[in-house]
Design a binder for this molecule. Structure first.
Ligand code: PGA
Length: 262
């Protein structure tokens, strides 16, 4: 690390929440609350919405720096896959990025590292920025297997990715035990795990790549704890679930620098 931090990226993950009307109301309330952050162009604001909201929300945030993306996609270009969605359909709707390998997809929908790797490659082909989620379970952590699990997930999910492609991929370290639980990892534990991810990227793709890749922390991030993560040298941003659903709460996280001086 050079010690120079990149502008933070704050990613909201709406999961399976909000109607079109609710999402438009959110944006109406949210934009005035984050005016200062928008003007200063810091931090970068990403919002991963349900598929049905990508187009309407993309249209209303067109003249703002807010970047809209999806929470999942299929690994095929197109085809007879009832109920699935293709990366190029997401691009067509206005999505710029896609979250892949979220722990809810891994555990509830049995997604494997190999499947996630195919999705990462497809997303790159389709012109979507992948946000690859990795993270250990509580049992892994108790058994002192955090580093091994992270390396295993990164090795498989990033198989045959080229260094130039890796520069565009964002990694989200999300310990499974901290997601939606109300208790986050400590900033030190998150920094430690993210350092493991960055060393892996350095070892596999080279130091210049490891230097530019954004690695964010996710798991019970709130306005009250966001600052401590963003102060860590290796943490480049946050992936926020529950706290991104309210415009007021999410704006407090976006405005973390202002909140500091108050
Ligand atoms: P949480 O979710 O902030 O509600 O813990 C984070 C995530 O699942 O991405």
């Amino acid at each position: 690390m050079t010690g120079l931090k990149k502008a933070a990226t704050i990613v909201g993950n709406w999961k399976m929440y909000k109607s079109i009307e609710e999402s438009l109301d959110f944006i109406k309330e949210f934009l005035p609350l984050i005016q200062n952050a928008i003007t200063a162009n810091s931090p970068k604001i990403y919002l991963a919405t349900p598929f049905t909201l990508i187009k309407p929300i993309s249209e209303v945030v067109k003249s703002t720096p807010i970047v809209i993306g999806a929470q999942n996609m299929n690994d095929a270009e197109e085809g007879a896959f009832t109920g699935e969605i293709a990366g190029k359909m997401l691009v067509d709707s206005g999505a710029k990025f896609v979250i892949l390998g979220h722990s809810e997809r891994r555990t509830i929908f049995q997604e494997t590292n190999a499947f996630i790797n195919r999705k990462v490659k497809r997303a790159l082909k389709d012109g979507l920025q992948p946000i690859l989620c990795v993270g250990e379970t509580f049992e892994d952590r108790e058994a002192d297997k955090t580093a091994a699990i992270l390396e295993e997930q990164l090795t498989s999910c990033l198989e045959s990715i080229k260094p130039e492609e890796m520069k565009t991929i964002m990694i989200a370290y999300e310990p499974v035990w901290a997601i939606g639980k109300g208790f986050a990892a400590t900033a030190e534990a998150a920094e430690e795990a993210i350092k493991i991810c960055r060393s892996f990227i350095e070892k596999t793709f080279g130091a210049p790549v490891a230097e530019v890749v954004s690695i964010v922390y996710g798991g019970s991030v709130k306005p009250e704890n966001c600052k401590q993560f963003l102060e860590q040298p290796n943490i480049d941003g946050l992936l926020v679930g529950g706290a991104s659903l309210s415009a007021e709460t999410f704006s407090k996280i976006i405005n973390y620098q202002e909140e500091l001086v108050r």
